[in-house]
Design a protein around this ligand. Structure first.
Ligand code: GCU
Length: 437
């Protein structure tokens, strides 16, 4: 998605601050957007391996039983909000199957998922492509899309979304609805051939099926937040990112019952606001085997306390519906947050996580994205994995690094490219033990 705030300025990256204790909490803050590393105020990160009461987390068991639940609760209470409890199980209906899609290369399946178990309630449509020349069940990538399932490929067999979407002439979206001209407009972001050729399925859902992405979107008929009612105390109720992430888990519920998919090998992936969503889904739902954040930035992979590019105040002002009400308390006050985004990544541990930045995407703070990954590492190590595998500093452009935590910063702008997908496929092959490490 474009933002007028995205600026192209020269990259200057400082050394990684590896010691929490040597950083000082920021005091008076300038309001203008900072794009100069030297102007980033100092900050102190919370230690993922210290309980809120100060007790040290000494072993994997203490992480699992005490600190992980505590961190998860803190993210729910202060950042993304709580999901509703005890929702009824989903039901679904396969609405189309074409075994000869994409010239015979794939089987295309469309499934309507009734999110609260009944046909007259909110629903989302999953589009799935399965490689025909692979032994089933196959591993899969699951990701939400911005412009409707029909936007990810020009395949005329994909059902055109009827949902509300942001009007956009370039994408053939007229009066908030998709038209035939909308087909395949985001093809470049979904490396379909590569994914299928490597033996993976691709499953996707339009995020607007859960909730249209504007401040009042949750009030629209069919939105999951309006249909679910209040889950908890005011301020801690789920925001739109919470709702989208919940939708990813419901998509995985369906995938678990699809005999062609190996649901134990599903990588959840997302770009930008949907990268924030993928991280939050993966942090909460341990069934996701791999989590991939593409240019997710503020409220996603990048550190909230690091005032570079977008800030907490800016995101809460531009997108008041994304996070829970309590998150607004941290506008211009990030130091008071009991968590930071390295702890979101730590919630994913020991499962593999991949963080991708783009050099011209300074609004998302590439260095802050790398630092989150780096500062999540102590938890990965405590749980017996290699984390970044000895990488201490941000790598150069187009030099992917890491082991259980993967990272790259690619040349170019805020986007998902074939280069990004190539790294995700390699990472998934490695962790799903397909091909050479
Ligand atoms: C805006 C927003 C970002 C977000 C991005 C996107 O730029 O400020 O936080 O990641 O939109 O979703 O494309």
């Amino acid at each position: 998605m474009k933002s007028s705030n995205r600026k192209l300025v020269p990259l200057t990256f400082s050394l990684i601050a590896t010691c929490f204790a040597t950083m000082n909490t920021a005091t008076a803050q300038p309001k203008e957007t900072i794009y100069d590393e030297a102007k980033v105020p100092q900050y102190t990160l919370p230690d993922p391996l210290a309980m809120a009461d100060g007790a040290k987390v000494a072993d994997a068991q203490a992480w699992r039983e005490k600190r992980r639940p505590e961190v998860l609760r803190l993210f729910r209470e202060h950042v993304y909000g709580h999901n509703p409890q005890n929702s009824p199980a989903i039901t679904w209906e396969v609405t189309s199957t074409d075994k000869q899609a994409l010239g015979g290369k794939a089987t295309r399946r469309e499934v309507s998922v009734f999110l609260l178990g009944k046909k007259d309630g909110p629903k989302m449509d999953i589009l799935i492509y399965l490689p025909n020349n692979a032994t089933k069940p196959v591993p899969a990538f699951l990701g939400m899309n911005f412009d409707g399932n029909h936007s990810i490929h020009a395949d005329p067999g994909i059902t055109l979304s009827k949902q509300w979407m942001r009007t956009n002439n370039d994408k053939g979206i007229v009066n908030n609805r998709a038209t035939e001209a909308s087909r395949g407009k985001s093809t470049g972001r979904w490396a379909m051939d590569k994914i299928l050729d490597r033996g993976y399925a691709l499953a996707t859902v339009y995020y607007g099926d859960l909730e249209p992405d504007f401040a009042e979107g949750h009030k629209m008929a069919g939105s999951i937040r309006s249909a679910s009612g209040s889950a908890t105390t005011p301020g801690a109720e789920w925001g739109a990112i919470g709702a989208w992430a919940w939708g990813l888990s419901r998509a995985l519920d369906y995938l678990q019952s699809d005999k062609d998919i190996d649901a134990k090998r599903v990588a959840v992936m997302g770009h930008s606001r949907l990268g924030k969503t993928a991280l939050w889904a993966g942090a909460q739902d341990e069934r996701f085997a791999i989590v991939i954040s593409n240019n997710s930035g503020e409220g996603g992979a990048s550190l909230s306390r690091r005032r570079f590019g977008e800030t907490v105040e800016r995101i809460n002002t531009s997108f008041p519906h994304w996070f829970c009400g309590n998150f607004k308390k941290y506008n211009n006050n990030e130091g008071a947050l009991p968590v930071d985004q390295h702890m979101l990544m730590a919630l994913i541990a020991p499962r593999p996580v991949y963080v991708a930045s783009a050099a011209e995407d300074l609004w998302a703070d590439p260095h802050g994205e790398f630092l989150s990954a780096k500062h999540a590492e102590p938890v990965y190590k405590l749980l017996g994995t290699e984390g970044l595998g000895g990488v201490e500093r941000m790598p150069g452009l187009d030099q992917p690094v890491g082991k259980t935590i993967g990272y790259h910063i690619r040349t170019g702008k805020h986007d998902v490219t074939d280069y990004d997908w190539e790294q995700y496929l390699k990472f998934a092959d490695r962790h799903f033990k397909r091909g050479r490490p």
